[in-house]
Design a protein around this ligand. Structure first.
Ligand SMILES: [Zn+2]
Length: 558
């Protein structure tokens, strides 16, 4: 009896001690731990004739969390929030700031459900950024998901506290397959969220095209599989050799280019690219090459600072430079059919660069390292896809001349140490270009000297092609200008105006440039010279001040 009593007493003491330990641990955890919330997205992907997804997002805040608010980035996403409720179904208050950040007050252990519609058919640079048709649904993560605002303000340490797990569930038609880049990401860092925004989420009656090596998969709708698919593998192998590594998997989804939604680019990231594709279009191969290069780059160099100005232009410059070189690796018959000529493409880019710099000197004369200061999307477009690949070309040429192995700049940029700061281009020039490094920085990175790529003259195409590509850049940049000022005038040069300019090429010289430059330009490309000469001659004849920054508006006013 006494024995049992003793045993009971011991058990009670142990139980009490355990209880106290649990309570104390709980209190310690309660006041010290700060666990991040879990985000869950349930997406309804059905063809109801609408171009919108229905998304039910839940944010679960752990008991051991100190968060009192969750911040989501709405920005300019085409998202309509239908409701925001707590676990009892009561409305939760939300606040939207001017910079597009939604604040939702939360408490420990709470669950918040946000139901929203996301329009996927938003117009992007290369077509609709998504589509929902009878055959497929495709969209990029940036359109579909309300993601932690800490991502958009490049607050990486804040991001760690913002979300501990992201989970996706998709409800789509039974007869469709899903090509889904991620289903769940634990402890996402900045690059993980970046990958969510960029990748395509694809659903549809796709079939897999056979004949590719490990790592690359190509999908197309039934009856739309291209006869010859060798080009995809050629690009993939080119990048695998160039980077020395490849994404664990890479899916290319070919969408029809004449579908009900017109041109579609439903996302392009490290795992999936889904876009309208016409095998006979050189532009489509160039775009695919560009997107594939980004995927390999982001896989090899997954660092946030790659995507922060003034490093973005370097990333885009390298990708645009190699996009072109990679097309040289396409099969010969395809290259012939498409008219691939790597040198001619570079020459056209240099022509476009010179044309816009001299035509709009107040807009397009800026140093690449001033990327952060750029004030318009037209300037960014010009820097990323026109100036930057030329600076990369010049860098690469100088580097090889100094005895470095080819592609030294790219390989330099794949090292994490290169991205300790956002001045990677400067560090690369100083490290790789020896005694010429400082001069290179001064002239082409921090200064506005023209990269002396005059030798490209040897690859000038026909006059008609030169005129077409100059008009192309004029229209492209004017379209960007018009997103901010709809009165911005477009100056397309007609064939007739072009003939007249060529006939009067010897009338004077271009007053806005030095004699040396005038001679170099004329020698490099007479067509380009004639058009610029005629532009400034007209301005002079009409009595305009050539240094007026509104010259274009005054000259082209109707
Ligand atoms: Zn790009």
């Amino acid at each position: 009896m006494r024995f049992w009593k003793k045993k009971t007493r011991t058990a009670v003491i142990v139980a009490a001690a355990l209880l106290v330990a649990v309570i104390v641990s709980f209190i310690i955890c309660f006041y010290t731990l700060d666990m991040a919330p879990v985000f869950n997205y349930r997406v309804l992907v059905h063809n109801y004739g609408a171009q919108a997804l229905n998304v039910k997002m839940t944010v679960s805040v752990p008991l051991f969390s100190k968060r009192d608010a969750v911040y989501l980035y709405l920005g300019n996403k085409d998202i309509t929030v239908n409701s925001c409720t707590d676990s009892l179904g009561n409305n939760r208050e939300t606040f939207l700031s001017e910079d597009g950040i939604i604040t939702i007050p939360v408490s420990r252990g709470s669950t918040t459900t946000i139901v929203y519609e996301a329009n996927v058919a938003v117009l992007g640079k290369h077509g609709s950024r998504g589509a929902i048709t009878g055959d497929y649904a495709v969209f990029d993560g940036d359109q579909a998901f309300l993601l932690p605002a800490e991502f958009s303000i490049f607050f990486e340490s804040g991001l760690k506290k913002a979300v501990s797990r992201i989970k996706f569930d998709f409800d789509f038609q039974k007869e469709w397959i899903g090509i889904i880049p991620f289903k769940r990401i634990n402890n996402p860092d900045w690059m993980d969220i970046y990958a969510i925004t960029k990748n395509a989420f694809v659903f549809g009656a796709f079939e897999q095209v056979s004949g590719f090596s490990d790592g690359l998969s190509v999908f197309a709708l039934p009856g739309q599989v291209p006869e010859d698919v060798s080009g995809f593998g050629s690009l993939y192998s080119y990048y695998k050799d160039l980077f020395g590594t490849a994404p664990p998997e890479f899916n290319v989804v070919l969408l029809p280019s004449d579908g009900p939604s017109g041109q579609v680019i439903g996302g392009s990231g490290t795992v999936t690219v889904a876009a309208s594709f016409d095998r006979d279009s050189l532009r489509d191969w160039q775009l695919l090459s560009h997107r594939m290069c980004h995927a390999f780059y982001d896989n090899a160099a997954p660092y946030m600072n790659v995507h922060v100005a003034p490093n973005i232009w370097l990333n885009e410059g390298l990708v645009t430079y190699y996009e072109n070189l990679a097309t040289g690796a396409l099969p010969e018959t395809l290259k012939e059919k498409l008219g691939v000529d790597v040198d001619r493409q570079l020459t056209l880019t240099f022509n476009q660069y010179l044309y816009m710099r001299f035509k709009e000197p107040f807009i397009y004369n800026f140093a690449p390292m001033d990327e952060e200061l750029l004030t318009s999307p037209a300037m960014t477009e010009f820097l990323h896809y026109t100036t930057a690949p030329l600076v990369v070309k010049l860098f690469e040429d100088e580097s090889v001349n100094l005895g470095n192995s080819p592609n030294a700049l790219l390989h330099y940029c794949l090292d994490e140490n290169a991205f300790e700061s956002t001045y990677t281009a400067i560090a690369a020039a100083l490290d790789l270009l020896g005694d010429n490094g400082a001069k290179f920085c001064e002239k082409y990175l921090l200064g506005i000297e023209i990269p002396p790529l005059w030798d490209l003259k040897a690859h000038q195409p026909s006059s008609a092609e030169i005129l077409e590509s100059l008009n192309y850049i004029e229209i492209l940049l004017a379209n960007w200008q018009q997103t901010e000022n709809e009165d911005y005038p477009v100056d397309v040069v007609s064939e007739q105006e072009f003939s007249l300019a060529m006939e009067t090429i010897n009338d004077g010289r271009i007053p806005v440039m030095s004699i040396t430059l005038d001679l170099s330009l004329r020698d490099y490309c007479p067509e380009l010279y004639a058009i610029l000469n005629s532009y400034y001659r007209r301005a002079s004849q009409q009595g305009f001040d050539l240094d007026d920054k509104d010259l274009r508006f005054k000259m082209l006013e109707r």
